[in-house]
Design a protein around this ligand. Structure first.
Ligand code: 5AD
Ligand code: SF4
Length: 458
């Protein structure tokens, strides 16, 4: 019997092995890269004859795709594993995938002896072989990376859950080694896919009915075409010109590799979304140096100036870390003043969390938890005011919105603005617009985190 997921596998006739009767449950923690890796893991498992189920109870194989970016995220994974200890007697197999797996390696077997698979994301291309070992009864199967791999986890068996909006990985890993960050240790070295294979995937997606694609990479704009054909900006423009694609997003950009050509591409190719996520981390050049970010506040503001000079109004969002070792009140004030200067549309702020293997773990982390919390609150309060004013710019605008669902509680439809903002809207149309369709919405109200409007019917 074919698995229930086959229909979701992206526009390719998957030479699926007969269903083995084995069932897997997969839970994903963390970033968009992990979410997309999970879509590839699902595709690979279905191709191997497994069926996905919605509960741990029903599964033979329980997988966690994990995140270790901050200590809290990592603790969540171990708590979850603890919760499921009770199932070990039922003969279920447990696997830990992703960043915690790569970081902790075989130590996971000591900490959670009922786990029998530990695999980092750079080893997923070997998942079918690992499954064979697991099924043969091997209770300690590992797939760990030593930063040597030059391969990407490029698979045609991607089980995309959304039928209209999907991710395409263009670059994996990270070579930047920011002082606070585990990613270079968990995701391996930076490696890009050829522009040809990226474009082929975009074309297949368009043919399968996807209209909104998001190019993914830890540092998406550090993309280096192995075939030497295209720069990142050229690839962006080329994906934007694939027939059927209406929206192209990309995340996450690194200020060090941000170029005016990216802004020109956004300005000249209408399908490229008018939104750039450009993590700054701190507004103080002194702290940026301690973080090994390799740009100054001034250099970062130059990237912002290119975007602000664009004919298109580009929405800018960022990530901030507060309480990095040695951050003084004066440094922190520089972060607040940067927020004022840039006028971001969203800020994702985090308290510094010491991570294993990173250079910052040896720096004296003398800022108290209380002080970190206070700085976090001050950043968020400051940003809320900026955002409240910023979102007002949309009042009266007629925005194109991709319909994503219904907000039953409010009796409204829910959609996404090209700037990635949520739009709740009403409609008088007799026929409700379909999920995945694009409609024009007049914006009538601006909240700090979303927009409200009414659909224009003709
Ligand atoms: N502590 C706190 N925040 C961190 N980030 C990355 N590493 C850490 C850490 N050790 C944040 C950065 C990054 C985002 C994905 O997570 O802001 O941009
Ligand atoms: Fe981490 Fe820095 Fe690489 Fe981003 S660029 S993933 S923050 S090391």
């Amino acid at each position: 019997m074919p698995s229930t997921l086959q229909r979701d596998i992206l526009g390719i006739s998957v030479p699926e092995k007969p269903n083995t009767g084995k069932k897997f449950y997969l839970e994903t923690f963390g970033c968009q890269m992990n979410a997309h890796d999970s879509e590839k893991v699902i595709g690979t498992l279905v191709h191997e004859g497994y069926a996905q189920v919605d509960t741990v109870e029903e599964a033979d194989l329980v997988l966690y795709n994990t995140c270790s970016i901050r200590d809290k995220a990592e603790q969540k994974v171990f708590n979850r594993l603890n919760d499921y200890k009770k199932f070990q007697k039922q003969g279920k197999k447990f696997g830990v995938l992703g960043c915690v797996a790569q970081q902790e390696g075989e130590k996971i077997f000591e900490r959670a002896p009922y786990v029998s698979l530990v695999a980092g994301s750079a080893s997923y291309r070997n998942l079918p072989q690992m499954l064979v070992q697991l099924e043969a009864g091997n209770s300690r199967v590992t797939g760990l990376d030593d930063r040597q791999t030059s391969e990407t986890f490029d698979t045609e068996f991607t089980a995309r859950t959304n039928k209209h909006r999907g991710y395409i990985t263009i670059i994996e890993g990270c070579d930047k080694f920011c002082a606070y960050c585990v990613v270079p240790f968990t995701r391996g070295k930076e490696r890009s896919r050829t522009s040809e294979s990226v474009l082929a995937e975009a074309r297949r997606m368009a043919e399968a009915g996807f209209t909104d694609v998001q190019l993914l990479g830890q540092n998406v704009n550090s993309y280096k075409d192995p075939s030497g054909e295209m720069s990142f900006a050229e690839l962006l423009a080329a994906v934007g010109k694939v027939p059927g694609i209406r929206r192209v997003r990309f995340t996450t950009s690194h200020p060090r590799d941000f170029t005016p050509e990216i802004v020109t591409a956004i300005e000249t190719v209408p399908t490229l979304c008018d939104h750039v996520h450009l993590p700054v981390q701190s507004g103080s050049s002194r702290v940026l140096k301690l973080m090994s970010r390799e740009y100054t506040r001034e250099k970062y503001l130059e990237c912002i100036a290119w975007m602000k000079a664009s004919k298109r109004r580009i929405s800018i969002t960022t990530d901030i870390i507060v309480g990095f070792p040695g951050e003084t009140e004066d440094d922190f004030q520089h972060t607040l003043s940067l927020l004022t200067e840039v006028q971001y549309d969203a800020v994702f702020a985090f308290k510094y969390s010491p991570r294993p293997n990173t250079p910052a773990i040896t720096m004296e982390d003398s800022i108290t938890e209380e002080e970190k919390s206070s700085r976090l609150t001050r950043v968020l309060d400051h940003q809320r005011e900026i955002q409240r004013a910023n979102y007002q710019h949309h009042l009266g605008e007629i925005a194109q919105v991709m319909v994503e669902g219904r907000n039953e509680a409010r009796g409204q439809l829910l959609g996404r603005h090209s700037q990635n903002k949520t739009v709740n809207f009403t409609t008088n149309a007799l026929i409700q617009p379909a999920i995945g369709s694009y409609v024009d919405v007049r914006i009538t109200k601006a909240l700090p985190n979303s927009l409200v409007g009414e659909m224009i019917t003709v």
